[in-house]
Design a binder for this molecule. Structure first.
Ligand code: AMP
Ligand code: FE
Ligand code: FE
Ligand code: ZN
Length: 290
C-alpha cells in the first residue's frame, strides 16, 4: 500500500494518464489494486486497465481508485482477427454491464480455451508435454492467453525465456502456432459502440495496419493509440496526422504488463487532455448515431 497521509492527499495529482495496461484479469503480473497503488505512486490522474477480452477491472477497481484519488476509466482490449492477423481494439467509457458485450466476451473466453487446447496438442506432437491445468495455474483466474503457455513452458524448463517461448513455439512463426478465431475488427468496434463506448486501435504501428486504414473510419473507429513508447517518430507523426484529419482522437498508453515490460506504468507523460479529447469524440459519435 502507498501511504496516503494528509500531505499526499493535498498534493494536486500530475495531469497525466495511462490508458493501456494489463492486470491479472488477463496476462498482467499485478492485480487491479496493485496497479492502482502503482498509479498512485506515479500520481496519475486517470487510468484505464485494458485487459484482453475482460472488463472486470472497472467493477473491482472503481472504489479502490476513488480512495487513491485516481479516476478509473472502464477499459478493455478486445482481440479481433483480420485476414488471419491479430488486431487489438481498445474500448473505453462503455457500460461494463452491457449484456451484448458480456455475452460476446464469454464466447471469446471459450474460443481462447479452445485455442490453448489446440496449441497444447501441437506441442505434444513436438514432444512438449503440458497439461491444460498447468497452463491455467498461471492465469490466476484471469483470461487465458499464450503468455500463460509461455510461463508454463518456462516453468517446465522447455525454454529459458519468455521470448524464446514465442520464438520457438507460440509466435506467428513458432512450431505450435495456432491462428486465432473470433470477432472481426468491425464487429469488435460495433460491440464497443453498442455498450456506449469508443473504440481505439491499439499499438497500430506495432501491429501494422496499412491494409486496414481505408476501412477503419467507415467501421466507426474513434481513435488511434499514437503514444506507445515506440521510437519511430516519422511514422508516428504520419499516423497522428491521418487520425486528426479524420476527426479521430489520439490516445496513448504504456501497455504495461509487469516488471518485464519495456514501458513502466504511467511513464509516457500522456496529458489528461487526451482523455478529455476521447470523451469529446465519444459525445460527437453519439450524436452521429441518432
Ligand atoms: P493471445 O491473446 O493469447 O494471442 O496472446 C497475446 C499476448 O501475448 C499479447 O498481448 C502479448 O502480451 C503477448 N505476446 C505476443 N507476442 C509476443 C512475443 N513475441 N513476445 C512476448 N509476448 C508476446
Ligand atoms: Fe498482453
Ligand atoms: Fe495489444
Ligand atoms: Zn495490451
Amino acid at each position: 500500500m502507498v501511504p496516503r497521509g494528509p500531505k499526499s492527499a493535498n498534493r494536486p495529482p500530475r495531469d497525466v494518464v495511462d490508458l493501456h495496461c494489463h492486470s491479472t484479469l488477463s496476462d498482467g503480473q499485478y492485480d487491479v489494486e496493485t496497479l492502482l497503488d502503482k498509479a498512485a505512486e506515479r500520481q496519475l490522474r486517470a487510468l484505464a486497465i485494458t485487459d484482453h477480452d475482460n472488463l472486470d477491472s472497472y467493477a473491482i477497481g472503481k472504489d479502490l481508485a476513488r480512495e487513491r484519488g485516481i479516476e478509473l476509466i472502464p477499459g478493455i482490449e478486445i482481440s479481433a482477427v483480420h485476414e488471419g492477423r491479430d488486431i487489438h481494439v481498445l474500448g473505453y467509457c462503455f457500460d461494463p454491464t452491457n449484456l451484448s458485450l458480456n455475452l460476446e466476451l464469454k464466447e471469446q473466453h471459450r474460443r481462447r480455451k479452445e485455442r490453448i487446447r489446440a496449441i497444447l496438442k501441437k506441442l505434444a506432437g513436438l514432444g512438449v508435454e503440458l497439461t491444460f491445468e498447468k497452463v491455467q495455474s498461471f492465469s490466476r483466474g484471469g483470461v487465458l492467453g499464450r503468455p500463460h503457455v509461455a510461463q508454463a513452458l518456462m516453468a517446465e524448463e522447455y525454454v529459458s525465456s519468455f521470448s524464446e517461448a514465442f520464438q520457438k513455439y507460440l509466435g506467428d512463426e513458432g512450431a505450435a502456432f495456432v491462428e486465432k478465431r473470433g470477432l472481426s475488427v468491425e464487429e469488435a468496434i460495433r460491440l464497443i459502440h453498442r455498450a456506449g463506448g469508443i473504440a481505439v486501435l491499439a499499438h497500430p504501428l506495432r501491429t501494422g495496419v496499412d491494409d486496414l486504414l481505408d476501412k477503419l473510419p467507415d467501421w466507426g473507429l474513434g481513435g488511434m493509440e499514437i503514444v506507445t513508447g515506440l521510437k519511430k517518430a516519422a511514422a508516428v507523426r504520419k499516423l497522428r496526422d491521418w487520425a486528426v484529419d479524420r476527426g479521430m482522437a489520439c490516445t496513448g498508453g504504456s501497455d504495461y504488463h509487469g516488471d518485464q515490460s519495456p514501458c513502466g506504468l504511467g511513464t509516457l507523460s500522456i496529458p489528461y487532455r487526451a482523455l478529455d479529447d476521447l470523451r469529446d469524440k465519444l459525445e460527437i459519435q453519439k450524436t452521429e448515431w441518432i
